[in-house]
Design a protein. Structure first.
Length: 156
């Protein structure tokens, strides 16, 4: 009986440790149902206190099955909490394969595609980092995108 209790306690402890969240930040911005305007800026303020750890940064895209394209271009600006330095980037992510099958995971007609933006990076200064995302497609109003999010996870 004692051995069974030990095995059960050990299993529960292992399960709890494996479920600990590594997410430092996870936030979504919901877009209007009529579409994502090319002038609309999605802003994410990410507080960072641990400058010694490494992080992965993901851009998460939630879209509907009627999204008209295979890919999505967007512009990303990152500003640092020190000296207001700004980094600009242009990113293309594929939401469907060459045959039109949606990538990522989906429930019903909504699909989610995480895009690894930065891998194993460190933030040099403590403070709030601002990320701004603007859609970079040719459409003035881009339909079919529900939400855009950013996830920052600490690498253990």
């Amino acid at each position: 009986m004692t051995r069974n209790k030990f095995v059960l306690l050990f299993s529960i402890t292992c399960l709890m440790v494996s479920c600990i969240q590594k997410d430092v930040y996870l936030q979504y911005r919901t877009l209007p149902t009529n579409g994502w305007n090319k002038d609309s800026v999605l802003t994410f303020d990410i507080p960072i206190s641990d400058t010694a750890s490494l992080y992965n940064v993901y851009i998460n895209i939630r879209h509907r099955g009627e999204y008209p394209y295979q890919n999505l271009w967007f512009f990303l600006r990152q500003s640092s909490p020190v000296n207001d330095s700004v980094t600009k980037d242009t990113i293309e992510c594929y939401l469907a394969d060459h045959r039109g099958k949606w990538l990522g995971s989906g429930v019903g007609s909504v699909y989610e595609m995480p895009v690894l933006y930065l891998q194993k990076i460190s933030f040099p200064h403590a403070g709030t980092y601002r990320y701004e995302i603007i859609q970079g497609m040719r459409d003035s109003i881009l339909s079919g995108i529900n939400d855009v999010g950013i996830k920052v996870e600490k690498i253990k």
